[in-house]
Design a protein around this ligand. Structure first.
Ligand code: HEM
Length: 535
């Protein structure tokens, strides 16, 4: 007899079918992952990573306690030193789990070569990085991957051409502006914290290079500098919110509307009119040069390369804004921190200062040209040593987009390859890498620029992947030439203008980390600026 099913019976049948299909799918996934692991393990002779860093309570907390530890360590300025201690205890490659996901920590140079260079296609940023940066950067280069990233990289390439890097006039202009605000920023005791001024200096130079006009945060015109400082504060707030959200990922999203979004709105509000104006100019230029090829333009009408103008002629408003803010994020704080860390150290090390002054003496107080700057070998060594001990981008991560291997870290002696399942995160502490005594010797923790001069080729570190302040491989920093030129130029001009000493009573104060995407010195750069003694 024909049975008529009621709606409830149908619903329960459909539910059963869904459960059965889901179960099959889970079993299929498990078998697929098991067989892939087996295949790769056999093919490459992979072994398990021997050292694990366990969540307490045998993993019952799913690594939430480890996340909490990282958060606490960052809040008490011990994130980098804690990670260094873990590497010293657990070896160069170790693993853990966060919220059930496998995480491998490694500072093994062969692994870094594989992740960042040779097996580059097997690795991506991972959703946590892309999602955390997206509200601020949209689809700017820092938050995109694959072919979209390749297009951005090609778009930005001309900005990093040698002729742009060697344009030192822009730095001299902002250096002169810095000199004007120094007296007002100096305390009655003669002490000045140069770090915030360096952040304003690089904001001005970066916006000039990137936006085509400076925001003039060092201006003595109160109205102009206060608008620029509002941008600076909003931008810093957004950056520190992004860092906190990364640490709390995926829960950071819950805080977006209270912390991140108001700051993002302010930053976008500042940048949008600049972008709109550039687009309007690009449209006008395009209309006025219709049928007039560029070689027909009179020489004096050819404008110098402007990064924003180039973008404005070929991208949407959102894309341009994302690229501008990505490059600003990448360039401004990094270069300011390099400058601040270097002066902080020089003010405490008269021996290094005096050798540097000897090198600068032949310039006779004149600002260096680009070729002269490039020849200052000791200055180059000082900057590299500063980036080695205090890398301004001290941690980096990648996530495996498909099954792959790391060449080392497996087996009891850690020398066998390791199978890496898709979704595994690899975290690298550049800070710990740069202080590894196996690479840098017993005095790895000491500031010794001479270590860069004693090598046959002074540019080469002990291993091609031992010194990664700018990372390596296809996504390595395209702005390193600009950064080294700007920081080097400013150090030379400061030493030519002032005798720089550490603030009295602070000689024994150590450098203290302050992480917010990039890393700066919590103590700032407190010095006394005296006479340069006729440099
Ligand atoms: C001391 C100064 C600097 C340091 C230490 C530094 C470091 C880095 C690092 C480590 C990366 C790779 C980030 C990653 O993929 O996870 C990077 C990327 C990048 N940097 Fe720099 N940077 C500096 C200055 C600059 C400057 C001055 C500019 C531009 C004017 C710049 C533009 C970029 C861009 C556009 C990227 C993204 C490249 C890509 O994803 O393909 N950087 N930088």
């Amino acid at each position: 007899m024909l049975q008529i099913s009621t709606p409830t019976a149908w619903a329960s049948r459909i539910a059963s079918i869904i459960v059965i299909i889901s179960l099959f799918y889970v079993v299929y996934l498990a078998l697929h992952s098991w067989s892939t692991r087996r295949l790769w393990t056999r093919k490459h002779g992979c072994q398990r990573i021997n050292t694990r860093h366990h969540s307490t309570a045998r993993g019952l907390l799913c690594g939430i306690d480890l996340m909490y530890d990282s958060f606490q360590a960052a809040a008490s300025s011990k994130f980098l030193s804690n990670t260094y201690t873990l590497y010293s205890k657990l070896g160069n490659t170790w693993s853990t789990r966060i919220l059930g996901n496998p995480v491998i920590h490694t500072i093994d140079c062969d692994n870094l070569r594989a992740v960042y260079n040779t097996n580059f296609r097997d690795w991506g940023f991972g959703a946590f990085r892309v999602n955390s940066f997206r509200p601020l950067l949209g689809n700017g280069i820092f938050a995109i991957e694959g072919p979209e990233w390749r297009r951005s990289r090609d778009l930005l390439r001309p900005a990093f051409a040698k002729s742009e890097v060697s344009n030192l006039e822009v730095y001299e202009k902002h250096f002169q502006q810095l000199l004007k605000v120094i007296p007002d920023s100096t305390g009655d005791d003669g002490v000045i914290d140069l770090q915030p001024l360096f952040f304003r200096l690089t904001m001005d130079s970066a916006t000039e290079v990137i936006f085509g006009k400076s925001v003039h945060s060092l201006s003595t015109d109160k109205e102009q500098s206060s608008a620029a400082r509002t941008l600076g504060h909003a931008y810093e707030k957004a950056k520190s919110e992004i860092f906190t959200n990364i640490l709390l990922y995926p829960f950071g999203r819950l805080r977006w509307w209270s912390g991140l979004m108001p700051a993002v709105k302010q930053v976008h509000g500042y940048v949008d009119p600049i972008v709109e104006e550039a687009i309007a100019i690009a449209q006008r230029d395009a209309e006025s040069t219709v049928d007039k090829p560029s070689y027909d333009q009179p020489e004096e009408k050819k404008k110098p390369y402007s990064f924003l103008r180039e973008l404005a002629s070929c991208a949407s408003k959102e894309k341009i804004r994302g690229e501008l803010l990505s490059v600003l994020l990448a360039s401004r704080d990094t270069t300011a921190s390099l400058l601040s860390n270097t002066i902080f150290i020089l003010s405490r090390r008269p021996d290094i200062m005096s050798r540097l002054l000897d090198e600068l003496a032949p310039l006779d107080g004149q600002s260096p040209t680009y070729p002269q700057l490039k020849k200052l070998a000791y200055l180059d060594a000082v900057l590299k040593e500063s980036l080695r001990l205090h890398p301004v981008a001290p941690t980096n991560t990648r996530t495996a987009t498909r099954a792959t291997i790391l060449p080392r870290g497996g087996g009891p002696d850690g020398t066998s390859p390791v199978y890496v399942a898709p979704g595994t995160q690899v975290v690298t502490s550049i800070y710990a890498l740069h202080r590894d005594p196996k690479l840098w010797g017993a005095a790895a923790g000491a500031f010794e620029p001479a270590r860069w001069l004693s090598r046959v080729d002074r540019r080469s570190p002990p291993h091609p992947f031992a010194f990664l302040p700018f990372l390596a491989g296809p996504r390595q920093c395209p702005g390193q030439g600009l950064a080294m030129a700007e920081a080097g130029y400013m150090v030379v001009r400061l030493l030519q203008t002032f005798g720089i000493r550490c603030a009295p009573g602070e000689e024994s104060h150590e450098w203290v980390e302050h992480l917010a995407v990039t890393c700066e010195n919590l103590r700032g750069c407190r010095v006394v600026l005296g006479d340069s003694g006729g440099m």
